[in-house]
Each structure stands twice: as structure tokens, then as C-alpha cells.
Design a protein around this ligand. Structure first.
Ligand SMILES: Cc1cc2nc3c(=O)[nH]c(=O)nc-3n(C[C@H](O)[C@H](O)[C@H](O)COP(=O)(O)OP(=O)(O)OC[C@H]3O[C@@H](n4cnc5c(N)ncnc54)[C@H](O)[C@@H]3O)c2cc1C
Ligand SMILES: C[S@@+](CC[C@H](N)C(=O)[O-])C[C@H]1O[C@@H](n2cnc3c(N)ncnc32)[C@H](O)[C@@H]1O
Length: 638
């Protein structure tokens, strides 16, 4: 039996739950009545940004209807729509379901254009220049809301009928709702079932039974009046400061990290100035001629795998929106057993239209490369020019970038951050600083505890005349080869930890060429002389656990004192607020994957600072938090 069928009116029906997705043929009016009016969404939207929490995304009709209401109001407020779905639908279900509502067609098309290929984990989609956004959390409602961080203003409870799907109306889920509610939080649902009303009352909602939609007698609305739980899902030592009211921000560094955080903070309404010590944007690690955006496929798709995967999916939407020229698709060659175990593990967990195993014969046929290896083809990976990408971030948000400004120190004076640059002072004070100055970020008294390391990377340029291939698709093996223009390729890259030599080295060129020749004999022509090749040297900022540093900067001595007891273990609620420098944040340590993760991480940081809402799950918040090394050290002292 099929999992789903359609009613004559074109409404989706779930065979598993024996229930329809919404009122047959009247979904849009039902949503407007039950969820929007039930939560007074339009009235609230005229006064404030809204975070809406939904239980049961389904075909996304509630999201689209809310977006339509926002569009009609034509106001400057933001909607962050947070939702969960245990049984994600294929894109064609969305198309068919939405066909019944022509007024939503233009929004449905945009939504479908950005829906993820992968149906697990968190996905963050932005529309209307970020003013309407969707955090789509795939998984069981209780599990994903446990991983969610942030307060919700209005709840839409839209699981199937309580009698058909009690899981979506369970005390555990209501507890999660309470945890994400504040004193003004409202709720609305189509049901008036007694056990639902009682369950919601038990976790602190005042409940009212009101007239239901159409011929339904009753539905339920409510307001949270219980104890507002300050404790977030995040471990107490990784808590972010309260939402910021900052207006002005200085971003240090005009690489991928700095420009992305500047782009998102400006889009969310802040007055942003970017400072860089060099004479233009993307002049260091972010300045390679051509780069790749592709996820780290791992055996179990663990935290680093899922973070890079989410980063790439988000960046792909961003690059398309920015209109940055790119080539889609990438071949990851399986050249040894270690790689085979890793990639095969990932292949089992991910859909074929995302990553697909190609045989040597397939590769010969499609790419005219005749070698014995298999390869994983990344359908959603891209190669592109990071410099062009950086320039379009600046252009599209008209970012103010001040070059030849090398930050030497900064200090809080009368509530504002004052910056001192080499040979210049800034007269302007800022409410906030975001340090995005790569490995240099640890060069200041407030940040010296960060264990950032420098890793040298040399790339080499080859022309089409020096190669026996003209492959347009990027190839990754131990190293990589990407075509950057009509005639030119980049062969990269060395990975030399703690090496800060800026010189371009012939021995590194030889090593890159010979490793390529070993893997793909004959592809570089015999007469190519390594000594005559040119290229570029730059440096990655890395951490030993390979995760970046994203979040607030703590006051090291006070922080260690506050969390000294972690080594003995103590109930979490007994810990104080983490001592942090107010208005000082980091986005750095992007390592070897910064082109793939910087946009998502910047958006995460921007929204966490301004809205207190995390677009990353708790597992990632902890993994990237800048204080993690201090906590690990404290735990080790036991
Ligand atoms: C050879 C090589 C190849 C790579 N290829 C890929 C790839 O294919 N895919 C991928 O995802 N990632 C790749 N990476 C990683 C990626 O390039 C980096 O992670 C990313 O560019 C880091 O961006 P960033 O903004 O943090 O650092 P940067 O681009 O280095 O920017 C830091 C900026 O801070 C400025 N700055 C520093 N100190 C100061 C100061 N005191 N005052 C003012 N300004 C300051 C610098 O001038 C610089 O512009 C590669 C890295 C290397 C080295
Ligand atoms: C009534 S439908 C939602 C209709 C939806 N709002 C729409 O616009 O189409 C209920 C949804 O809840 C989902 N669901 C059911 N049990 C769930 C669970 N335990 N966790 C998360 N989602 C669940 C179903 O797959 C279904 O998509």
C-alpha cells in the first residue's frame, strides 16, 4: 500500500496515520483561521519580529500561508519559522499539494527551489533577503526540539489528530514547548481534545476553548504563564549572552568569515564596518583563484560531516542567490582503503541524487578519465571563484570596508569598543566586534587563550597545454585539481602545520606534481618542469579538533574560576552565567573547509546574537563554541 494518497479535492492523505494533512480543499482558510488568527500573528507582526514554532511541517502550507500574510502586510519585521518533520515529503508532493492554492504559487516555487535533498538533520532556508526564514528540522519532534535553542513567540500545533498520532501530543513534547516559551508565548491548534488541553495546562499554558474552523465546534488557543525556563539546551558553560541590542559593529577581517558575518548582520539591520589590514578583500586564505565547496563524507556522517554538509547546502542556495558563477558537481576519487571505508560509509547514509558511486567505466564515459579508481560524485558540490564570491557579498549589501587597517588592540571605554590600528586610531566606538581575522584572532589580550594554529597551503597553476585533460568538473583525490578559467587549472594544496613560511617553494610544487602523477599517470605532460610553475601560498587557521571557533569570547580567568567544578561534576543549574566580554564575538578557525562553512556559520552567529535562535543543533553549537578547549582542560585536571 502506498504511504500517501490524494483526496478528490487534492488534499494529501497519510495511510500510516489514516488522516488528512489539512481540511479537505480548504487548507489555506483553515490555516488562516486556526493558526494565524488563533495566535494573532498579523497583529503581533506589526509590532515585532516573530519566531513561530510548528509541530508538523508536512506540505509546508502553514509556512506558506504565514509568509503570504507577511507579504500582504508589507512590513519590515522578520519571521523565523521553526518546524519539525519526521516523514519528509518528496518535492513533487509539495508541487501537487500547493497546486490547489494558486495564491501561494509564487511562494511555493521559491520554497521548492530551496528544499534540501537530504531528509535528516537541520536545514536553514532564507527568503525575502532573510526576512522570512525557515528552520526545517527533520526527525522526531521531541528529539529535534531537544536540539533546538531559542524562544518561540507563537506555536502552531499541527500533528495529525491526537487519537491517530498521540506521539505528537505527548507530555515530553509539551515540556519541550514550555522550555522554548516565554511570558508572551501563545499557541493555537485545531483540536480541543481533553488530554491535549490538560497536558498543555500541566506544563504552564493557560488554555481556552474557542470556536473551531468551519463546522468544527471547538479548537484550542493558549498562552504561556508558567515558569520561564532560562536554562537553554546548551551546556551551561556554552551559553550565549542574552539577545543583543547592538546597533554598530566592527568586523575584523575581510575574508570569507568577515564578509559573511558582515553580510548577514547588515541584512538583519546592523550598521557594519569591516576592517582589514590588506589593501582589498579576500587577500589571504580566501583569495585562491578557484575553490571547492563540498562536504566531508565520513563513515558515520558524524558532527564534522554533518556540519560541512549543512554548510554546503546553505552555501549552494546563497551562491545561487548572489549569482556567483560556479560549476556544479565534483569527483571525489577513492584512491586508498581508508578513503574507501570513509566514503562507502557516507554513501550508505546519503541519497543517490546527493552523492553517487561511479565506476571506473562510468568515469571514463562521462569524464574521459581512464583510471582504475571508483569515485563518489557530489551532485551538489560546486567549484567557484572565492574572490568573486567575496566581491558579491560586499556589493549586494553595500558593505563598508576599510582596508589598510591593521588592528593592534581594542578596549571597552564607556560601554563602546574602541579600536587601535597600526598608525591610526578609530574615533568611532562600536557596540560589538566580531573577530574574523583567521589565525591572527588570537593575537589580542582578550583572545590569547584560543589555541589557533597556522597551516601553510601552497597551490600550483597549470595551463591546459600542460595537461592531457580539459575536465571542467573539479577532482579531489589526496589533493585536488580544479579548472579556474578557460585555459587554467589550480593544483592544490599542501597542508603544513605550524609552518609560517610565505615563500613559494619548488620542493612543494614537485611534491604536488608527483603525487598527482602517481595517482593519474600521464595526465600532466612529461615535459612540464616543476621549477617553472608558479602558484600561491596562504594559511589556514586550524584547531586540533578541526572544528571552527564561533561564538562569544569569554573572560578567561573568571571563566575558569566559574567552571572549575566541571572536573568534579555538579548539577548543571548550579553553574553561574559564563563570564563573557559583552559584545565580543568570534568567527574563525575555519580550517580547510571555510569556503564551505563560512556562510552558514556566519548566519548562525548573527541570528544567535540578535534573535537568540540557533539554526544549528545543540551538538554543533557545542562543537564550535570558542570555550570548549578551556572546559576540556578543566575536565582533564581531575
Ligand atoms: C591552499 C588552500 C586551499 C583551500 N581550499 C579550500 C577549498 O577548496 N574549499 C574550502 O571550503 N576551503 C578551502 N580552504 C580553506 C578556506 O580558504 C579558509 O577556511 C577560509 O578562506 C578562511 O576564511 P577567513 O575569512 O577565516 O580567513 P582569511 O581569508 O585568511 O581572512 C582573514 C582576514 O583577516 C585579516 N586580518 C588578519 N589580522 C588582521 C588584523 N590584525 N587587522 C585587520 N585585519 C586582519 C587578513 O588580512 C585577512 O584578510 C583552503 C585553504 C587554503 C590555505
Ligand atoms: C497534519 S500534518 C501537518 C500538515 C502541515 N502543517 C501542512 O501544512 O501540510 C502532520 C505532520 O506531522 C508529521 N509528524 C507525525 N508524527 C511526527 C513526529 N513524531 N515528529 C515530527 N513530525 C511528525 C507528519 O509526517 C505530518 O507531516
Amino acid at each position: 500500500m502506498a504511504d500517501f494518497t490524494w483526496t478528490e479535492e487534492g488534499t494529501l492523505y497519510s495511510e500510516k496515520y489514516e488522516d488528512i494533512y489539512y481540511h479537505d480543499g480548504q487548507g489555506l482558510s483553515e490555516t488562516e483561521y486556526v493558526f494565524l488568527q488563533g495566535n494573532a500573528v498579523e497583529e503581533k507582526l506589526t509590532k515585532q519580529n516573530l519566531v513561530i514554532g510548528e509541530l508538523g511541517f508536512g506540505t509546508g502550507l502553514n509556512f506558506l500561508t504565514t509568509w503570504l500574510a507577511w507579504e500582504k502586510l508589507a512590513i519590515d519585521k522578520r519571521i523565523t519559522f521553526v518546524t519539525c518533520e519526521k516523514h519528509p515529503l518528496d518535492k513533487d508532493f509539495f508541487e501537487k499539494a500547493h497546486a490547489a492554492f494558486p495564491e501561494l504559487a509564487h511562494l511555493s516555487e521559491q520554497l521548492r527551489g530551496k528544499l534540501p535533498t537530504i531528509n535528516t538533520g537541520f536545514h536553514f532556508l532564507e527568503f525575502e533577503q532573510g526576512k522570512v526564514s525557515l528552520l526545517l528540522m527533520y526527525g522526531d519532534a521531541v528529539d529535534v526540539y531537544k536540539q533546538f535553542e531559542g524562544k518561540v513567540d507563537c506555536w502552531y500545533l499541527d500533528g495529525f489528530a491526537p487519537s491517530k498520532n498521540p506521539e505528537m501530543w505527548s507530555p515530553e513534547l509539551f515540556q519541550q514547548m514550555a522550555r522554548h516559551s516565554h511570558a508572551e508565548t501563545s499557541l493555537a491548534t485545531f483540536t480541543a481534545a481533553g488530554f491535549v488541553r490538560r497536558g498543555l495546562q500541566e506544563v504552564g499554558f493557560d488554555i481556552e476553548r474557542v470556536k473551531g474552523f468551519g463546522n468544527k465546534k471547538h479548537m484550542t488557543v493558549g498562552r504561556f504563564s508558567g515558569h520561564v525556563i532560562e536554562n537553554s539546551c546548551v551546556l551551561p558553560w556554552f551559553k550565549f549572552p542574552a539577545k543583543s541590542a547592538a546597533k554598530t559593529v566592527a568586523v575584523i577581517g575581510a575574508g570569507m568569515a568577515g564578509l559573511n558575518i558582515a553580510y548577514y548582520l547588515k541584512r538583519l539591520g546592523l550598521d557594519v564596518t569591516v576592517f582589514d589590514k590588506n589593501s582589498g578583500p579576500a587577500s589571504e586564505a580566501s583569495g585562491n583563484k578557484w575553490g571547492m565547496m563540498f562536504p566531508l563524507i565520513s563513515k558515520k556522517m558524524d558532527r564534522l560531516g554533518t556540519l560541512t554538509k549543512s554548510g554546503c547546502a546553505f552555501s549552494l542556495n546563497q551562491v545561487r542567490e548572489l549569482g556567483v558563477v560556479h560549476k556544479q558537481g565534483l569527483l571525489e576519487f577513492i584512491t586508498n582503503d581508508q578513503k574507501k571505508a570513509r566514503v562507502y560509509g557516507g554513501l550508505e547514509r546519503l541519497p543517490k541524487n546527493y552523492i553517487e558511486l561511479l565506476s571506473p567505466e562510468d568515469i571514463k564515459e562521462k569524464f574521459d578519465l581512464d583510471y582504475e579508481y571508483e569515485a563518489a560524485f557530489h551532485h551538489e558540490a560546486i567549484t567557484f571563484s572565492p574572490v568573486e564570491y567575496a566581491e558579491s557579498l560586499i556589493e549586494q549589501q553595500e558593505l563598508t570596508c576599510l582596508y589598510n587597517h591593521e588592528l593592534e588592540s581594542f578596549d571597552k571605554v564607556d560601554g563602546k569598543w574602541q579600536l587601535s590600528f597600526k598608525e591610526k586610531e578609530s574615533d568611532e566606538g562600536f557596540d560589538m566586534i566580531v573577530m574574523a581575522s583567521a589565525f591572527n584572532t588570537a593575537a589580542f589580550s582578550q583572545t590569547s587563550y584560543l589555541p589557533l594554529r597556522k597551516t601553510r597551503g601552497q597551490v600550483v597553476y597549470l595551463s591546459d597545454e600542460q595537461l592531457q585533460t580539459d575536465i571542467e568538473t573539479g577532482i579531489n583525490y589526496v589533493n585536488y585539481l580544479v579548472k579556474e578559467s578557460e585555459k587554467n587549472f589550480v593544483l592544490g594544496a599542501t597542508f603544513q602545520v605550524d609552518d609560517d613560511g610565505v615563500d613559494f617553494r619548488v620542493e612543494d610544487t614537485r611534491e604536488l606534481v608527483s603525487s598527482f602523477n602517481e595517482t593519474f599517470p600521464g595526465l600532466i605532460k612529461d615535459d612540464v618542469n616543476a621549477e617553472e610553475l608558479s602558484g600561491r601560498v596562504c594559511f589556514r587557521a586550524v584547531l586540533k579538533d578541526h572544528f571552527p571557533l564561533v561564538g562569544p569570547v569569554c573572560k578567561e580567568a573568571e571563566y575558569k574560576e566559574s567552571f572549575e567544578a566541571v572536573k568534579h561534576g555538579r548539577p548543571r543549574y548550579q553553574y553561574p552565567e559564563p563570564p563573557q566580554h559583552e559584545g565580543l564575538y568570534l568567527l574563525t578557525g575555519l580550517g580547510a573547509r571555510g569556503l564551505s562553512t563560512s556562510a552558514l556559520l556566519a548566519n548562525y552567529l548573527a541570528r544567535m546574537i540578535l534573535d537568540g535562535v540557533s539554526i544549528l543543533p545543540e551538538t554543533h553549537i557545542s562543537a564550535v563554541h570558542p570555550s570548549r578547549f578551556l572546559i576540556r582542560d578543566l575536565k582533564r585536571q581531575h
